[in-house]
Design a protein. Structure first.
Length: 142
């Protein structure tokens, strides 16, 4: 498995009263990485519209291990661990750029839902997306 990695620079306004990245900001970093990963695989918002659905985060579990501060450059890694029906389990790690030290680990459950706001019901992830996931991460279980 080769994770997708994107880099984020921590901005001053993302700090909390303790002088490190606010916990809620980390979740935005993770969502950003997931979106960039899917765009990298060819799944843009316009492609979602064609497929009639979109991924939404249903659940996330985050382990905060170390702090980041303003000016830090972070490597945010993400990969798909499992796909089943409308659900995809995505894992994440955040490190200081160029370091092996993990600042954060997370696991999120993303659900493919109908794009119509009125419905927003889960439905099976399109085979086209599953095929791309499997090609990127052939050892994942389905």
């Amino acid at each position: 498995m080769t994770p997708f990695i994107t880099q984020i620079r921590v901005r001053h306004y993302e700090m909390d009263a303790l002088g490190h990245v606010n916990n809620a900001v980390y979740q935005r970093y993770l969502e950003h990485a997931a979106i960039e990963h899917l765009e990298h695989l060819g799944f843009t918002l316009s492609r979602y519209r064609e497929l009639g659905g979109v991924f939404v985060m249903r659940r996330i579990e985050i382990d905060y291990l170390r702090s980041a501060t303003a000016g830090d450059r972070l490597d945010v890694s993400t990969w798909i661990e499992q796909v089943r029906g409308p659900r995809a389990v995505r894992r994440y790690e955040i490190r200081l750029a160029g370091s092996d030290e993990i600042l954060l680990k997370a696991e999120a459950l993303w659900v493919w839902v109908e794009i119509e706001i009125v419905k927003m019901r889960p439905k099976a992830i399109p085979a086209e997306i599953i095929d791309v996931f499997k090609a990127q991460f052939p050892e994942q279980s389905t």
